[in-house]
Write a protein that binds this ligand. Structure first.
Ligand code: NAI
Length: 270
């Protein structure tokens, strides 16, 4: 259901790889709600993904950028403002990757060069995005910046290894830049802590199916889907949430407030 919640707003959406991507669903919903935006992803993802299809569907242009490169981000923000004809109202950071997880390294056997890459891609890049936006004075007042996080930032999920530290960093950056951009431009910055979701990044984590089912059975509402996450993100880009900032917002069907559920008790008792 479209309500023109983003009518007249201009944005940048990072991280749509394929139809399963959370960023893909956000782009589709943002278009339905009347936004104009550019899509961006790492140059390598352009070759692997199907982002051209999404761009066509949303009538959006694509500007490749490796989110760890300040130079790429400078080019992205300059071009995005040219294409959209003005400053930016919303940004979605939907980026995550861990070479250690991809290569099956356990927590006790992490490769530290890859660890740094994980932090750079999945955490520090969020700082770089806002740094470039600030330096170019690219954001409109009352704008909204959202990044996607996971509860492994607060609790232990052994297979999430170095990504858990990247998410803790990401959430801390949201608070600190939220303060800064709030003071400077009345821009809000939040993270959404999303349920396990069947995407390329999600299913790459060891034991994904087990913790997907576990979270689903623990949560009174079940796991939040990528579509649900897109709807929540749209609400955070809209003017209905102007005073929400520096928060890590749980979007998990109730998982984070649970101790144990009857479904889990039943499963274990069997
Ligand atoms: P996805 O695999 O569709 O998206 C991850 C994106 O990150 C891809 O588009 C990839 O190309 C992009 N990326 C990787 N390296 C990059 C770089 N150097 N520069 C620019 N982009 C780069 O998977 P998904 O699940 O949609 O992931 C989006 C976000 O949601 C990530 O931050 C992820 O950690 C987070 N999240 C995912 C959950 C899940 O279970 N799928 C749960 C909670 C959070």
């Amino acid at each position: 259901m479209a309500n023109n919640l983003l009518k007249g707003k201009k944005g940048i959406i990072f991280g749509a790889l394929d139809e399963k991507s959370i960023a893909w669903k956000v782009a589709v919903r943002a278009k339905e709600e009347g936004a104009e935006f550019v899509l961006t992803n790492a140059p390598i993802a352009m070759r692997m993904g199907e982002i051209n299809k999404l761009a066509e569907q949303c009538n959006a242009q694509i500007i490749p950028a490796d989110a760890t490169s300040v130079e790429d981000l400078e080019n992205l923000f300059t071009k995005a403002q040219e294409i959209l004809g003005g400053k930016i109202d919303f940004i979605l950071h939907s980026i995550g990757s861990s070479p250690n997880i991809r290569k099956g390294k356990s927590y006790g056997d992490l490769n530290y060069d890859w660890f740094q890459k994980t932090l750079d891609i999945s955490g520090l890049s969020f700082h770089k995005v806002m740094h470039v936006a600030e330096k170019q004075d690219a954001l409109n007042e009352w704008g909204s910046v959202v990044a996607l996080s996971y509860i492994a930032a607060q609790r232990v999920f052994p297979d999430y290894t170095d990504m858990s530290h990247a998410k803790a960093l990401l959430e801390s950056i949201a608070r600190n830049y939220g303060y800064r951009l709030g003071r400077m431009k009345k821009v809000r910055v939040n993270t959404i802590s999303q349920s396990p979701t069947k995407t390329t990044a999600g299913t790459g984590v060891g034991g994904f199916d087990a913790f997907y089912d576990y979270a689903d059975k623990m949560s009174p509402l079940g796991n939040a889907s990528a579509e649900d996450c897109a709807n929540y993100t749209i609400s955070l880009f809209s003017d209905l949430t102007r005073m929400v900032t520096m928060q890590n917002l749980m979007h998990d069907g109730g998982f984070s407030s649970m101790g144990i559920s009857e479904d889990i008790v039943d499963m274990i008792s069997k």
